[in-house]
Design a binder for this molecule. Structure first.
Ligand SMILES: [Zn+2]
Length: 452
């Protein structure tokens, strides 16, 4: 499973910093009454956190006001130029940009961004301006939303705008970005079938000789199959790489495996362990999709790990296929091992994968650490009678794990929250972190080989 390559460094510092902390004597003991009293105190009188929030809200309101002034300036200058018969809008815009940059002692680039933003807010997305200028969303949220809206086809903007504002007003920046991207995919999924059909017509194999010695052979095929081909070749190559005396690189091995397979079919060139390998790619399907012809509008599309949304009929085919696909249905179903209760402390691999898959990220507020790099936390500690079950497990990065246990926070799953957990801070504030995915059913095709 790939990890975001542009994933920012852990804001809490490297794990080693945490490892070396001496945590003796740092434990907090909280009774239910303590927690309730703390929450009440947060409501009763404003404290320093309230003052901080207030100052930041004022900053946001001022930032919105600044953009409104920029828009006014631009509007006036353009109107003035028009009255004087000057129609060189570009020159007028450039001149305003220079004025703003000089007046604020910022670069013209930065001034230009203010102008673009103010124009978008005032003329195209007043709903965003409304929320931003009342500090219901931060300036950064507003920027991300405007950028996203500008980047999609005009016919999808209205649908994304409405829900996008709701997300911006409720989600921390990282989760907001991811959910906004998922929303865009969902909205676009309506035209997915058509786009895929057209693209499919152009599939082909191309030879592109580079020199006398080497030639590229290229397969232009649907992304799902391409992913499966690559995945299988990689896994076979890794088996070969582990053989004694093997010196070829993974790239070389992959190339050899693919050409051996295409030329020979199943071949005795490969050791027995490599020959049985089939690809395993995770397909996520709304379970409803397997039962009804047409999904209700606005339903999340079926997706393939590492590829993105795919048409529903393709997903149905993949789910009906004999093997090679790990099927994840986003709907509850019976017969699942979702809990091993008090039988064992360490969750079995399938449960660990499910816990990670559901959250996708560390469940610390605003944390973006991929779940694959997190530890699995028992919300109610094992020592205190906590169960090893989906309802009591979440991934936490090292830093958040330590803050949870030693930082005076209370962390627990929200009842009926389908994996949402709440963090109650030392000052008594409550922050709810939603998992990226909801109540899934997980049916690994082959537990040992599943990619997560
Ligand atoms: Zn974290």
């Amino acid at each position: 499973m790939s990890i975001d390559s542009d994933f920012p460094p852990d804001p809490q510092g490297p794990d080693e910093t945490w490892e070396s902390l001496d945590l003796r004597g740092a434990a907090f003991e909280d009774s239910e009454a303590d927690i309730a009293a703390r929450e009440q105190a947060a409501l009763d009188a404003p404290d320093t956190v309230d003052h901080l929030i207030e100052v930041v809200h004022m900053q946001t309101i001022c930032a919105a006001q600044a953009l409104l002034r920029v828009n006014e300036l631009r509007h006036d200058a353009l109107a003035d130029a028009a009255r004087h018969g000057r129609i060189l809008t570009d020159v007028v815009e450039r001149s305003i940009r220079l004025e703003i940059a000089a007046a604020l002692r910022i670069t013209e680039n930065a001034a230009g961004r203010m102008m673009t933003m103010s124009e978008a807010l005032v003329h195209r997305y007043p709903a965003v301006l409304d929320s931003f200028s009342a500090a219901r969303m931060s300036e950064r949220h507003a920027e991300v939303l405007v950028e996203t809206l500008d980047g999609i086809e005009p016919e999808f903007r209205k649908a994304v705008l409405e829900r996008g504002v709701e997300l911006a007003e409720s989600q921390p920046l990282g989760a907001f970005r991811r959910r906004l991207a998922a929303l865009v995919e969902t909205v676009r999924a309506a035209t997915l079938d058509e786009r895929h059909e057209q693209a499919l017509d152009r599939r082909r194999v191309v030879l592109d000789p580079v020199d006398g010695a080497m030639t590229w052979i290229m397969l232009y095929i649907p992304a799902v199959e391409a992913r499966a081909v690559f995945e299988r070749a990689t896994r076979m190559a890794k088996v070969l790489a582990a053989q004694e005396g093997e010196t070829r690189t993974l790239d070389q091995l992959r190339a050899d495996v693919v050409s051996d397979l295409l030329i020979e079919g199943d071949t005795f060139l490969h050791p027995a362990e490599a020959r049985g390998i089939r690809s395993t790619v995770a397909v996520t399907v709304p379970a409803l999709a397997l039962l009804v012809e047409q999904l209700p509008a606005g339903s999340a599309p079926a997706t393939v790990e590492g590829v993105g949304p795919i048409p529903l009929h393709r997903a149905r085919e993949l789910c009906g296929a004999a093997d090679g696909w790990m099927r994840i249905l986003t709907h509850p179903e019976t017969g699942m091992v979702l809990s091993v209760g008090r039988e064992q402390y360490r969750p079995p691999p399938s449960l660990r994968r499910l816990v990670r898959w559901r959250a996708d990220r560390c469940m610390g507020p605003g944390c973006g650490m991929p779940a694959s790099r997190c530890e699995i936390d028992h919300q109610i500690a094992w020592e205190d009678g906590g169960h090893t079950s989906l309802g009591n497990l979440s991934p936490l990065c090292k830093g958040h794990h330590i803050v949870k246990h030693h930082g005076g926070w209370v962390v627990r799953q929200v009842d009926g929250g389908a994996g949402a957990i709440e963090w109650i801070s030392p000052t008594g504030r409550r922050y709810v972190v939603e998992p990226e995915r909801r109540v899934p059913v997980f049916r690994p095709h082959d537990e040992a080989d599943a990619p997560f």
